[in-house]
Design a protein around this ligand. Structure first.
Ligand code: F6P
Length: 557
């Protein structure tokens, strides 16, 4: 099928040029004035779907900008690409793979096929095993080697095999039980595993080794050390069977590691690592909050899939969020996007979205291997408010570059502690308002004059106390962070990333950029092990290798 992207680079289209011209024509317009002249602005630029409300009125857009952005989506063939994605076409072109994480949360509503084969039976069977296993662990029927019930679960994995479940477990902390704790170990730095194991009793600890490939250096190193720790303390290899389970697509490697494949929860090649929390990679979530809650998470994501598939583009939340990102990245020249959840339990959301977005759209060539002549994925970063207000918000308000912000806000508190939530909400709304409005020099003067400051002092301070404003933000609100809402929120960002990848014409589902570092680390490691030479290595790296070899600690490593 000839896709619109095959017609030529997106930045050579009339739609792109029209957007460029429109951006230039908006120079000098301030959002303050846009609000002042349009009392309907907030309603006009708001959307609801799947328990989420998106207020995107504090963006530097007018109706024409939105129309032109939607034209660009059409020019990039977004509806056709969306069809191909859901139809199980191999949209991950460089790896020749289908991308079907939506099937994992379909809950029987829709048939998904890969190479003509229905994938739903396999999904249902793994879900049934996850349910049975999580119930056994949670009700104490699953016992450790010495007959103890499980009190601590350590999930060992990295990247997509860790960030999603870790973020979701923390987000759903109010649904967790105090007597079953879930820990995540990802870093090969022994500090991560050692400090996690320090307080654990091996007799009541269960390890989940989570790796799609089961070849990832960090995960296998941590898993081996964890197994040694367990075997040493429980007195033999026989203990492994009741304390280790695996989540992987690679049964052979799981067996070679010494985990019975009876205790392996399978998933499939068509589930990308950063899109895998919906698969058995989500086992720690099911263990932490119970299988019913895990199903609710899937249901929330499924609702967002259906919205993405069926809502007209102009009312489609992932499409609108994606197009606003294109507007800032490609026409306003913004380099990054800040994610600021006003919910402490969404602490790990920025890190999760970092991998989701930056590993997906951090690409410099199109699907055909042609270098792009426009910017692609922005830097994603962020931290929870209100803490973030006391660290990086200064730059957001008065730095030289505009950085769009996604504010994420629950309207109802997760706990019942009076005197907090009003302040949290007030701060979030105030930050979005301040970024948009700014504070003019005259306002600064009036304020300081009213406070009785002398004229000379006022003039010296005016430039410092003036805020340009006109800085864009989205506000995503919901009642409570339930499993459904969390599912919808994550799926919203997944599809947003897809929308942007389609417009940029890149393969959002591969990650070749992580390979080179892995290969070079292997070579350096061989030098450390005396099984390779550092010849051909640049002088800086060679010098640092020598420096490490001379350091006292490397001789004990
Ligand atoms: O960092 C690259 C990567 O391949 C990620 O995409 C993936 O999520 C992570 O490594 C972990 O891979 P695996 O699940 O195979 O251990």
């Amino acid at each position: 099928m000839l896709m619109p992207q095959d017609k030529g680079p997106i930045d050579q289209t009339g739609e792109w040029e029209a957007l460029q011209r429109h951006w230039e024509s908006l120079a000098g317009r301030h959002m303050r004035d846009m609000f002042a002249t349009d009392p309907q602005r907030s309603e006009r630029y708001s959307l609801s779907a799947c328990g989420l409300e998106l207020d995107y009125s504090k963006n530097l857009v007018d109706e024409k900008a939105m129309e032109l952005l939607l034209d660009l989506a059409a020019a990039a063939g977004l509806p056709a690409w969306r069809e191909r994605l859901f139809a199980g076409d191999r949209v991950n072109t460089t790896e020749q793979r289908a991308v079907l994480h939506m099937a994992l949360r379909s809950l029987g509503d829709r048939a998904y096929r890969c190479d003509g084969e229905d994938v739903m039976d396999g999904i249902r069977s793994v879900l049934a095993r996850m349910r049975a296993f999580s119930e056994k662990v949670r009700n104490g029927a699953w016992r450790g080697h010495t007959g103890e019930p499980i009190t601590d679960i350590v999930s060992i994995g990295i990247g997509g095999s860790s960030l999603g479940p870790k973020m979701a477990c923390e987000a759903l902390r109010p649904y967790q039980r105090a007597d079953l704790r879930v820990h995540f170990v990802s870093n090969v730095d022994e500090a991560h595993l050692a400090s996690t194991l320090e307080s654990l009793d091996p007799a009541s600890t269960l390890f989940i080794v989570a790796s799609k490939t089961f070849t990832t250096q960090e995960t296998l190193t941590n898993a081996r050390s964890a197994r040694d720790w367990l075997v040493r303390r429980l007195g033999g290899e026989a203990a492994v069977a009741s304390h280790f389970v695996a989540v992987s697509t690679n049964a052979e490697a799981v067996a070679a590691f010494g985990i019975d494949t009876e205790h392996m929860f399978e998933f499939w090649e068509w589930v990308g690592g950063r899109y895998s929390l919906w698969s058995s990679i989500g086992l720690p979530i099911a263990l932490a909050v119970g299988f019913e809650r895990f199903e609710e998470l899937l249901a929330g994501a499924n609702a967002m899939d259906e919205h993405f598939l069926s809502a007209p583009l102009e009312h489609n939340m992932p499409v609108i969020l994606g197009l606003l990102g294109i507007w800032y990245r490609n026409f306003a020249g913004c380099d990054s996007l800040a994610i600021v959840p006003y919910h402490q339990h969404l602490e790990y959301l920025p890190a999760f979205l970092q991998q989701l977005d930056m590993e997906s759209n951090g690409k410099q060539v199109t699907r055909d291997g042609v270098p792009v002549s426009y910017q692609t994925g922005p830097v994603i970063w962020g931290a929870p408010g209100t803490d973030a207000q006391h660290s990086f918000f200064q730059l957001l308000h008065q730095g030289t570059r505009a950085i769009p912000v996604d504010f994420i806000l629950p309207l109802c508190p997760a706990y019942d502690l009076p005197g907090h939530h009003d302040k949290l909400v007030a701060n979030c709304l105030a930050q979005a308002q301040a970024l948009m409005r700014g504070r003019s020099a005259d306002e600064v003067r009036d304020e300081m004059a009213a406070a009785g400051l002398p004229a000379e002092r006022i003039e010296a301070l005016v430039p410092h106390r003036t805020f340009p404003g006109n800085r864009p933000s989205n506000l995503l609100v919901f009642d409570r962070l339930t499993p459904q809402v969390l599912g919808a929120l994550i799926a919203l960002y997944e599809h947003k990333v897809f929308v942007q990848g389609v417009i940029w014409g890149v393969d959002s589902f591969d990650q070749w950029g992580v390979e080179l570092g892995k290969q070079l680390a292997g070579q350096i490691l061989r030098v450390f092990e005396g099984d390779g030479a550092s010849q051909g290595t640049d002088a800086s790296t060679a010098g640092l290798i020598r420096r490490y070899q001379e350091a006292a600690c490397s001789r004990q490593a």
